[in-house]
Design a protein. Sequence first.
Length: 292
Amino acid sequence: MGWQCTGLRWPDAQGPPVLGWRRGGAVRASAQTYGAEFGFRAQGERGCVGARGNACPVGAVVSGRSTGARCPECARLDRAHSVAADTIADDPRTYRVYLAWFGPGMVKVGITAEEREAARLREQGAVVFSWLGRGPLMACRRTEELLRSALGVPDRIPYARKRAVRGALPGAAERRAEVAELYGRAVALEGAGWPESLERLPCEAVDHAGLFGIDGVVEVDRAVTGLVAGGAVAGRLVAAAGPDLHLATADGGVVLDTRLMTGWELVAADARAGVGVPVADLGGGGVQGGLF
């Protein structure tokens, strides 16, 4: 019986990402090291991972291309108490509003529970971020909406866009300047709908490029689009950002979204196994060999 991956986490602001694993009642975690060999092979069928710590009641089989790894019913239950889905309005915790930069012209606004510190930013693959303010959940929500409507700042950026620009980012000064510029535009709105209960925080740009291993040119050619039974993904780990692992293989650089690993039974594979699953050209040139 192989291990099931429970996802990639960034528990430490200065430390490496960690993959979680489960096999029956046993759990473990493995820190990922840049430069190390990485490889696995999927077995059997991909099962629904359930919702909020509970197993899927019907043991549903889910698509190998889904990043959620949940059947429709478990997906609905998982979002039933989600801050991101706007289903909770009376959460008493303190929240923070942040500005996150992912690439040139790609800055978003978002919120996260203050107790989580910047873990949410690392999980999204934010290359640079700054806090904007802190306060009650609904005040943070109103600020998020204010920036969307007044400044046209999105609250979501597709992962495909983040991956496409991650291979060759501008320098740190340019990255931080774009965040600082948006921060200045945001605080200028304090007299135009800024919630009174939101405390403004100073602009302090935090750069994750070194932590992610992407401070420089990282070869990024293709991205895994799904796993298949018997298919291997293997190479040398060169970088990571958000849920993504960047692997160097004999055929070039490949990005693996670790959310695709969840729900499968996985066994170790030698780094020389390469990539035997569907991949797509990050440049939009189609899917490998036209086969997938």
